[in-house]
Design a binder for this molecule. Structure first.
Ligand code: GTP
Ligand code: MG
Length: 297
């Protein structure tokens, strides 16, 4: 059997979480068109007859300020050296800029295997693919370059084949039916955060935090009760989140209910969802409103 840890790296919105969900055939990591959707390192586990790949989906790699650059590179490099392989996703719908250069520079110095993958094949023109290949050949000489669509599940098997080639022999670290190591509260809060983020536009997604205040699960009676809060920073954001006549929060609740139900199949679910303002909740990601603009190039 083979067993390997794999870090998924790439710019914000390159499709890292989408790919992880496709590989694990499950909703492991939330996704949205807003850059910096993923805030924590999320683990997704894939097992088949070849062995096990333990993926870490990372928050989009972003380098903005020069002075952070070296520090970030040091941290990224040391943690990446501990993995067995790195899967680098490049979104070729955007031209590679200084961020992409910083990532390839960091990755080219690694001693662990790096598999490069041009993502979003389903919406790329031939010339966009060729340009991305040229770029990768130059900046990542000698590394394998694949082309795939995480969303359309096209070329994903080839990614797995390539990663298993680099995986060392070893015992499985997780039970073969396990696909994530996240606890229930975290999974539920992430589902709600995804629905909340996708229900609003502009910079509000960055000002959303979700907290599961209570979770009662009675497996014998088949009953689940969840009470959760969507926390925003300002009254005006609360108004948008709740929506006219409660329309928006209702939409979030219905969409969340559907996904949370999948975690507890056959159980009766009660979901109490409220919006509150906590001015102390200052999202680290608020600095990302700048990033948000930077990444719209
Ligand atoms: N057309 C197309 N869209 C994709 C593909 N993969 C991802 N996307 C879309 O790209 C957007 C960003 O995807 P995510 O998976 O959230 O990207 P990410 O790299 O995890 O982003 P962060 O967590 O913000 O760093 C979403 O709207 C996805 O639906 C793909 O293969 N094709
Ligand atoms: Mg993500």
């Amino acid at each position: 059997m083979k067993c390997a840890s794999v870090a998924i790296i790439g710019r914000p919105s390159s499709g890292k979480s989408t790919l992880l969900n496709t590989i694990c055939e499950s909703k492991v990591s939330i996704t949205s068109p807003t850059p910096h959707t993923t805030r924590n390192a999320i683990r997704g586990i894939y097992t088949d007859s070849r062995g096990q790949l333990i993926f870490t989906d990372t928050p989009g790699f972003h380098i903005s300020e020069k002075k952070f650059q070296k520090r970030m590179q040091d941290i990224a490099t040391s943690s990446l050296e501990e993995t067995d392989a790195v899967l680098y996703l490049l979104d070729a719908t955007r031209k590679p800029g200084s961020e992409e250069d910083a990532i390839t520079y960091m990755l080219s110095g690694l001693s662990v295997p790096v598999v490069c993958c041009i993502n979003k094949k389903d919406i790329l023109s031939d010339s966009q693919i060729q340009d991305a290949e040229q770029y990768l050949k130059k900046s990542m000489p000698g590394r394998v370059i694949l082309v795939a669509s995480a969303k359309a599940d096209d070329g994903v098997d080839e990614i797995l084949i390539e990663l298993f080639k680099h995986a060392p022999e070893g015992e499985l670290l997780y039970d073969q039916d396990t696909w994530t190591d996240q606890n229930l509260e975290f999974r539920i809060s992430e589902i709600i955060r995804e629905k909340a983020m996708n229900s609003v536009t502009e910079e509000i997604p960055y000002a959303i935090m979700v907290e599961v205040a209570d979770l009662e699960y009675n497996a014998e009676e088949g009953k689940v009760w969840v009470r959760a809060f969507i926390t925003v920073e300002r009254e005006s954001q609360k108004g948008i989140m709740v929506g006219k006549g409660g329309e928006n929060i209702k939409k979030i609740r219905i969409a969340s209910f559907k996904d949370i139900k999948k975690i507890f199949p056959g159980s009766k679910l009660e979901l109490d969802l409220r919006v509150r303002v906590n001015p102390k909740w200052k999202s680290n990601d608020m600095i990302l409103s700048k990033v948000f603009k930077d990444t719209q190039n």
